[in-house]
Design a protein around this ligand. Structure first.
Ligand code: ASP
Ligand code: MG
Length: 448
């Protein structure tokens, strides 16, 4: 079996849903199809809940009515026959009556999760009905029946497997199962979700539970790029990348995938194929445990980085200094991303300034603190496990005209991180593109 996950844009209009259905019916293998909500719906549902929270009843009703209108026009365009238009509008009415009823309830987490869940419930039911109209046999299975999370809201892989396998086995003749991404239930039956963008995670968890041969994530771009096409010309879509490299890139705004979503696939050795719904012939990117290439794979950048330098002469030959520093960040629930140390100082970066003032004042008891805002981490991802000579030379040569504030290499075999001024970011990305990827013999293949 394979898992096919389609994101919000892919199911974002009648025209796009038809493309999705084309892809589903052209995939010969038995499959579980995971769908996101129509793009924009989850945001609107969040606004609806916020309005309830602020006792703005009129606003919540108006938002719900507008959303309903958009769904009524979607089904008008999607379905071919009046019979199915009618069926779909009965479903839409039922769904929106349910939502309107919810608006009268007092705001709480359970209500929020119930409201947010309707986006995926809407998209999956409509796609299932459309397939039915086209005489394609499918079975809609509710994620709330098998996608289980523990009290910590972390998915319970064992339970998910135990829950989903009988559902699939009971419908052994069925070739296409459709289910919701994102939504799940707690073991007490309460509705919950896997956080924003969580449908990728659903796909990966289902893939692991059913022992899928492949997990396909269909979005609106041709897979992962070797550099940021918004800033750099001549980028390529990467044909093959390892889970480790992809995990390094996930932090750096390579936002194609929900960062946690690769873990179940990696652990179960299931390749993840990133494909473009709007260009299905493009090869896309395959993420797997072992890849053929070594060396540089991609470059990415993350803005909004703050660097803190803590300098203490007492650090010289003292132990316990770093522990105290780290504890300050732990206490303030702020995660550290890059770190470098010298004998008398430590520099570290954070990407969240929510508690920065408290952090600074608590660190001042251990030494002199200097802070710089508005920096960018540039990440060079690749497979450097062979520790070949010349790797870092190439990176530094490419960046020879750019002041580098901090370097991190050797933390893993898959990344070299450099901290630069935000104003140097684009120059750095371009320079790395020329310096690392221009060679003709690289294993990446240009798709445009
Ligand atoms: N619909 C959810 C969101 O917008 C989940 C997803 O699309 O992955 O965040
Ligand atoms: Mg997404």
């Amino acid at each position: 079996m394979v898992v096919l996950k389609f994101g919000g844009t892919s199911v974002g209009s009648a025209k796009n849903i038809k493309k999705v259905v084309e892809i589903i019916t052209n995939t010969p293998q038995k499959k579980v199809v995971v769908l996101s909500a129509v793009s924009g719906t989850t945001n609107t549902l969040m606004q609806i809940f916020k309005a309830i929270e602020q006792n703005k009843e009129q606003e919540s009703v108006a938002l719900t009515s507008n959303l309903k209108v958009s769904y009524l026009s979607l089904i008008d365009e999607l379905f071919r026959t009046n019979r199915y238009r009618k069926k779909a509008s009965v479903f839409i009415n039922k769904e929106f009556n349910f939502l309107l009823q919810q608006l009268k309830k007092a705001a709480n987490l359970l209500l929020e999760n119930t409201i947010l869940a309707q986006g995926e419930i809407l998209s999956t039911n409509l796609v299932q009905l459309y397939l039915e109209e086209r005489c394609v046999s499918t079975r809609l299975i509710s994620a709330l029946d098998f996608m289980e999370v523990g009290t910590d809201n972390e998915p319970n892989a064992l339970k998910i497997k135990e829950n989903i396998l009988p559902i699939i086995n009971q419908n052994n003749d069925e070739k296409i199962f459709i289910t919701q991404g994102f939504i799940c239930k707690k073991n007490n039956g309460d509705i919950s979700n896997l956080k924003r963008g969580g449908s990728d995670y659903t796909a990966s968890l289902i893939g692991a539970a059913i022992g899928a041969r492949e997990i396909q994530i269909w979005t609106d771009i041709n897979g992962m790029h070797n550099n940021d096409p918004r800033f750099v010309e001549n980028t390529f879509s990467i044909e093959e990348i390892s889970f480790d490299e992809a995990a390094e890139l996930a932090y750096f705004g390579a936002k194609i995938l929900h960062p946690q979503s690769l873990i179940p696939a990696k652990e179960n050795n299931i390749p993840v194929l990133l494909k473009n719904t709007f260009n299905p012939l493009s090869k896309g990117t395959i993420i797997k445990n072992k890849t053929a290439h070594k060396g540089f794979t991609a470059v990415a950048a993350k803005d909004g980085i703050t660097v803190l330098k803590i300098k203490s002469y007492r650090m010289l030959m003292a132990y316990g200094f770093l522990k105290k520093v780290f504890e300050v960040f732990e206490k303030n629930q702020t995660s550290i991303d890059m770190i470098t140390t010298s004998e008398v100082a430590v520099s570290l970066t954070i990407d969240n300034n929510l508690k920065i003032n408290k952090i600074i004042s608590e660190l001042q008891q251990y030494g002199k603190v200097e802070v710089d805002y508005n920096l960018t981490i540039v990440c060079v991802a690749g497979d450097f496990s062979e520790n070949k000579e010349g790797t870092t030379t190439k990176v530094f040569n490419a960046l020879k005209n750019i002041p580098i504030r901090m370097v991190s290499y050797g933390g893993s075999n898959y990344n070299i991180s450099l901290l630069v001024k935000n104003s140097d970011k684009i120059t750095a990305l371009k320079a790395l593109n020329e310096g690392l990827f221009e060679e003709k013999n690289l294993l990446l293949e240009a798709t445009w």
